[in-house]
Design a protein around this ligand. Structure first.
Ligand code: ADP
Length: 480
């Protein structure tokens, strides 16, 4: 059933509708003078009827800029078309403030078709204007966010945003590279779970407040791919913390290499030099007083220490050639027995007796003879240096490869250092290597040379003793 609407409400007069309609009505004669306006217009603009009717023109209600537009466009259009639709303008209120409106005007003609008046309606467009402004502001905001996001993706520094629950809220491309994880896989997970080494960063890096200067901390981080050094700053950003991260591993390594080199030069070169110089000076000063055997002993000492010097210098030189990739390898068929024999021959006669060779005959690998000899000689040198007992040297066939092993009964190498011994300059701490000298370059060189011959080097170390192995591709026997 329909609601019954009271009679008096339906009996609204046309006058009332005109006066209180939700639009403003303005009627003007052809010179523009207002002759009639409704109550809505008065309410919206704050004018009294007497102030407008017969006194002001429609034009007078417009701000200066809009007046020009009215005269150059609105009025001519009205003349030509008889009507103008939906033009966005502003009306100036009595107090000077402005009201955005959408205006429509129609030319009213008399019975003879002669234009007599203009009827204008104005809709309050402030809502719509606000909406448009908000829309524009929102668009500008979105654009500036998009620009910021674009910049964030392209800066070299890693940026990670961590929420107050320790969860990753955002990470940029550089951060993905540093931590070797995709943002898709990491975002919204706990940083300590998703990012290698985050715990160290979170505990060491102080979070700067709003007005505080950010201080960068360099934090070592252990990752699957080896140790990295990250320079990190952190700043509070609302409830979250924004971390800026730079990978400074390269710079750090360079510093490390420099100081390692200084350490070697000062110790490993000075020790033999002092020995050789001391012996030479003794010979020089007391040559005639010394019995023959002592003179010979001093000469042997000079030779020995000079050889040690030469070895250290050779290692430094070779390591730098490796780094700069300025040496070549000539791969050919090489008989393992020949290599192992050459290595044994190169060892001093006093320790040679400690070496036992057990090799199958006829094992041929694809390698560079000199380089392979160098690799095995380094391993044998270490085995002799770091142990006191027998050193076993062997070559065995393993499917398509040949494995050369060097085993000793020395102190072994702790589990955690088995990869690190191949790093440049790395040496176990003095207690573990019992004061034996060295550059920390031997195994680095051995690994680099082996890999350049498509081989693989590694070690097996138990409670006591170490076995280093070198696997190389098997080759056809050299044609004779
Ligand atoms: P170094 O000149 O110090 O011998 P290397 O690169 O040849 O340098 O070896 C690196 C480190 O690995 C050594 O300093 C030593 O601590 C350890 N190491 C190498 N070979 C052995 C081995 N056979 N037994 C025990 N430790 C070893």
């Amino acid at each position: 059933m329909r609601d019954v609407v009271p009679e008096e409400l339906l009996r609204d007069s046309a006058e009332d509708l005109y006066e209180n309609a939700p639009v403003a009505y303005l009627t003007s004669v052809l010179d523009g003078t207002l002759v009639r306006v409704n109550q809505t217009l008065l309410r919206w603009t704050g004018y009294e009827r007497e102030e407008l009717v017969g006194r002001k023109r429609l034009l007078d209600l417009l701000p200066p800029g809009a007046r020009i537009y009215y005269e150059t466009h609105y009025a001519p259009l009205l003349q030509m078309q008889g009507e103008v639709r939906e033009i966005a303008l502003e009306l100036v209120r009595a107090d000077g403030t402005r009201l955005p409106v959408l205006m429509n005007s129609t030319l009213v003609a008399d019975e003879a078709g002669k234009p007599r008046a203009v009827r204008t309606t104005a809709f309050d467009a402030s809502e719509r204007r606000r909406y448009e402004r908000e829309l524009l502001a929102a668009r500008a905001d979105a654009e500036s966010r998009a620009r910021a996001a674009h910049a964030l993706e392209h800066i070299a520094e890693g940026v990670v945003l961590i929420g107050d629950e320790g969860e990753i809220q955002l990470m940029n491309h550089a951060a993905e590279t540093i931590f070797d994880v995709s943002a898709a896989a990491a975002v919204s997970r706990q940083a300590t779970e998703a990012l290698d080494g985050w715990e160290g960063i979170a505990t060491r890096v102080a979070i700067a407040g709003d007005d505080e200067a950010q201080v960068a901390h360099v934090v070592p981080v252990r990752r699957d791919r080896g140790e990295a050094w990250l320079s990190v700053t952190a700043a509070q950003a609302g409830a979250a913390v924004v971390y800026t991260i730079r990978d400074v591993t390269g710079e750090h390594r360079l510093d490390q290499v420099r100081s390692d080199l200084v350490a070697i030069v000062s110790h490993e070169l000075r020790t033999p030099l002092t020995g050789a110089l001391g012996a030479a000076q003794t010979l020089q000063g007391r040559y005639d007083d010394l019995p023959e055997p002592q003179r010979l002993a001093l000469v042997s000492m000079i030779v020995e220490q000079s050889q040690r010097l030469e070895k250290v210098l050779d290692q430094i030189l070779l390591a730098s050639q490796i780094d700069e990739n300025v040496f070549d390898t000539q791969l050919q068929s090489v008989d393992c027995t020949e290599v192992l024999d050459a290595v044994v021959r190169g060892v001093g006669p006093d320790v040679r007796t400690r070496i036992v060779v057990e090799t199958e005959t006829g094992l041929v690998v694809r390698a560079d003879l000199d380089r392979l000899r160098q690799v095995v000689a380094n391993l044998v040198d270490n085995a002799l240096k770091y142990s006191l007992g027998q050193v076993r040297l062997a070559a065995t066939l393993r499917e398509v490869r040949v494995r050369i092993t060097v085993s000793d009964d020395g102190p072994g190498i702790p589990e955690g250092d088995r990869d690190r011994v191949f790093e440049k300059f790395f040496r176990l701490d003095p207690a573990q290597r019992s004061g034996v000298g060295g550059t920390g370059l031997g195994l680095y060189i051995a690994r680099e040379l082996t890999e350049r011959m498509d081989g693989r080097i590694g070690l097996l170390s138990r409670e006591r003793g170490t076995t280093f192995f070198v696997d190389l591709p098997r080759a056809e026997a050299p044609s004779t």
